[in-house]
Design a protein around this ligand. Structure first.
Ligand SMILES: *[C@@H]1O[C@H](CO)[C@@H](O)[C@H](O)[C@H]1NC(C)=O
Ligand SMILES: *[C@@H]1O[C@H](CO)[C@@H](O)[C@H](O)[C@H]1NC(C)=O
Ligand SMILES: *[C@@H]1O[C@H](CO)[C@@H](O)[C@H](O)[C@H]1NC(C)=O
Ligand SMILES: *[C@@H]1O[C@H](CO)[C@@H](O)[C@H](O)[C@H]1NC(C)=O
Ligand SMILES: *[C@@H]1O[C@H](CO)[C@@H](O)[C@H](O)[C@H]1NC(C)=O
Ligand SMILES: *[C@@H]1O[C@H](CO)[C@@H](O)[C@H](O)[C@H]1NC(C)=O
Ligand SMILES: *[C@@H]1O[C@H](CO)[C@@H](O)[C@H](O)[C@H]1NC(C)=O
Ligand SMILES: *[C@@H]1O[C@H](CO)[C@@H](O)[C@H](O)[C@H]1NC(C)=O
Ligand SMILES: *[C@@H]1O[C@H](CO)[C@@H](O)[C@H](O)[C@H]1NC(C)=O
Ligand SMILES: *[C@@H]1O[C@H](CO)[C@@H](O)[C@H](O)[C@H]1NC(C)=O
Ligand SMILES: *[C@@H]1O[C@H](CO)[C@@H](O)[C@H](O)[C@H]1NC(C)=O
Ligand SMILES: *[C@@H]1O[C@H](CO)[C@@H](O)[C@H](O)[C@H]1NC(C)=O
Length: 477
């Protein structure tokens, strides 16, 4: 059952390690170039497996780990690329490493529909099924009839292992989103469609709600690991034909506890609730605190495990100063600069020293991306627009002010009209109604033309007066 894997690894390692696989997810998004896509994946392995070791140093140093290859499964042949990854998270207690990577690939131009995936062996020992794995993506690269653009596949994420107490009824929410805003539904992977290899039909006790992507799990069967294989699909509203189909496969571990269903560790404020959505500024920083406490007296928290986007930085587990018995971690993340909406999933759970694990919580981190707001010409009245991250700035012409240069400045407030003249504010400017005898834009000039007749007539009037005087004198004589 390790044949395929040995073949893949032949150049890297000759070891075939059984029961090392801990699940994976695959998705993709198109580029501007036809048939060229970016394939995104997250893969989880036993942390103790050769080449899959991850700790804080591995994460911060950006050590590349490798894990087999991605194959074309329909309409093309052979290897698409090597599934190298950077580990993002690990669990010492649960013995797993998980990490992300991406492959940019151009499919041959003679088809617009492709299936590709990841196959190999072997899974961790399971209660039911096991050995080989197969994850299969269905990608339609033809432009959509409704938008005229190539579809982007839905996104999905969850912890590699969800731990559930035996004898209890559990609900597992699988966070899914779709960058195109399509309807997203989940379904079990199907053996006939070659979507699940050794773990088809292996999810005994699990019921999937296809519209909400939640699994209810009756943990009353055997204890141990169960593998869940789910296809996430996006649909245009009302349609039953998926635009694309992407796989997520993860583990549920059902464990023994005599302490009862409600004895698992609790999260305390300010820990965010399950299914929360946080909106971050483009090129911004996300910071958060996760606080957990055991419900068993005098028991400490042993580990807070996370599943995070690439680049997250997490503190070590620390005693929470504000509450006795509580422990916490801090996470910070400088988001990558993106130019369209990006949704990231962040999941976490806490395990105490008695081996009990809290309910998993997952949340969305939404980055609206930096859009060039100037493209919608927000600056009015001839203002010049400058795009800045997350916003824009308008350079307004004289007479206008405000975010969009729409506010008229009332110039009359500054009393620009001189010499007792009246100021009338207009849109973008002002007018001065000059007092008699004054002129100019601001009524600061004497109206010479009014005095002109007077000046011109002065010699005439003077001569007239002289004439009159002379005449009077003549009369007297
Ligand atoms: C981790 O898992 C591997 C594979 O299932 C197993 O061989 C190994 O013993 C485990 N290591 C620990 C420390 O649990
Ligand atoms: C991570 O593991 C390496 C190799 O075992 C070790 O040298 C390093 O100190 C570890 N880093 C941390 C932060 O534990
Ligand atoms: C892939 O290879 C098989 C066998 O080698 C061949 O029958 C098939 O036509 C090939 N398919 C494509 C799309 O090249
Ligand atoms: C598609 O194109 C590739 C090379 O671009 C070629 O090898 C393959 O045979 C073609 N397949 C079909 C079905 O035409
Ligand atoms: C699996 O797929 C086949 C082929 O499309 C279909 O006939 C069958 O009903 C599917 N099985 C399930 C359980 O949905
Ligand atoms: C799946 O499991 C059910 C019940 O366990 C069984 O009836 C069915 O035949 C199984 N299907 C396959 C394809 O193994
Ligand atoms: C799935 O969940 C929704 C919302 O809780 C509910 O309305 C619907 O009936 C559920 N579907 C099934 C098949 O249980
Ligand atoms: C499960 O619990 C029972 C009783 O509490 C105990 O006898 C048994 O050893 C436990 N099994 C495991 C695998 O821990
Ligand atoms: C994004 O933020 C980082 C750190 O805050 C900063 O150094 C960088 O210049 C910013 N990028 C842009 C394009 O503003
Ligand atoms: C403890 O509480 C204080 C006041 O409420 C708060 O400012 C501080 O951030 C808290 N410490 C941690 C580690 O959350
Ligand atoms: C500026 O214009 C933008 C886009 O046209 C609009 O959303 C915003 O509300 C305007 N702001 C003000 C203060 O008018
Ligand atoms: C806008 O930019 C043009 C060209 O740089 C310049 O001529 C004009 O004066 C600017 N307008 C304003 C209101 O700044």
């Amino acid at each position: 059952m390790c044949m395929k894997y040995i073949f893949i690894l032949i150049s890297m390692s000759t070891t075939c390690f059984g029961s090392h696989f801990r699940g994976a997810l695959l998705t993709w998004r198109p580029s501007e170039i036809p048939n060229k896509v970016e394939i995104l994946y997250r893969i989880s392995w036993a942390r103790s497996s050769v080449g899959q070791f991850c700790n804080k140093t591995t994460i911060s140093s950006g050590t590349v780990l490798s894990s087999g290859s991605l194959s074309c499964l329909k309409n093309c042949n052979g290897t698409i690329g090597v599934l190298n990854y950077l580990c993002t998270d690990f669990s010492e207690t649960e013995n797993w490493t998980t990490g992300r990577g991406s492959i940019t690939y151009t499919f041959p131009s003679n088809h617009t529909y492709y299936e590709f995936g990841f196959t190999g062996g072997a899974w961790i020992s399971l209660v039911k099924g096991g050995s080989n794995w197969e994850l299969r993506v269905k990608a339609n690269l033809a432009p959509r009839t409704d938008t005229g653009r190539v579809n982007t596949a839905p996104q999905v994420d969850i912890s590699p292992i969800v731990r559930l107490i035996h004898g209890c009824h559990h609900t597992i929410w699988i966070p899914v989103t779709d960058p195109d805003g399509d309807d997203v539904r989940c379904r079990w992977a199907n053996m006939t469609l070659n979507e699940c290899a050794g773990i088809c039909n292996a999810s005994t006790g699990a019921v999937l709600n296809e519209t909400t992507c939640t699994v209810t799990f009756d943990a009353t069967g055997s204890k141990g690991y169960y593998a869940l294989a789910i296809q996430v699909e996006d649909f245009t509203s009302g349609s039953t034909i998926p635009l694309s189909s992407v796989p997520i496969q993860f583990l549920v571990y059902v464990y023994n506890s005599t302490l009862g269903c409600n004895s698992v560790p609790e999260f305390l404020p300010p820990t965010r609730p399950n299914r929360d959505t946080v909106i971050v500024n483009p090129n911004g920083t996300f910071t958060d605190v996760i606080v957990a406490r055991s419900r068993i007296p005098n028991t400490d928290i042993k580990e807070i495990t996370t599943v995070s986007p690439s680049g997250f930085s997490k503190s070590i587990l620390m005693p929470y100063p504000n509450l006795t018995g509580a422990w916490y971690i801090e996470v910070t993340w400088d988001l990558p600069l993106v130019f369209s909406v990006q949704t990231y999933v962040f999941c976490f759970s806490a395990t105490d020293k008695s081996g009990l694990t809290s309910q998993q919580r997952c949340m969305f981190i939404v980055d609206k991306g930096d859009v060039n707001e100037c493209e919608s010409f927000p600056c009015e009245n001839g203002g010049n627009c400058t795009d800045i991250i997350g916003s824009y700035e308008c350079d307004c012409p004289t007479g206008f002010i405000g975010v969009n240069c729409t506010e008229d400045i009332n110039e009359c407030d500054l009393s620009p009209c001189g010499n007792n003249s009246k100021c009338i504010n207009t849109y973008g400017s002002y007018l001065c109604e000059c007092y008699i005898g004054w002129t100019g834009e601001n009524c600061t000039y004497v109206r010479l033309e009014l005095l002109l007749p007077l000046i011109l007539l002065t010699p005439a009037i003077l001569s007239l007066l002289i004439c009159i005087l002379l005449l009077k004198r003549k009369k007297r004589r």
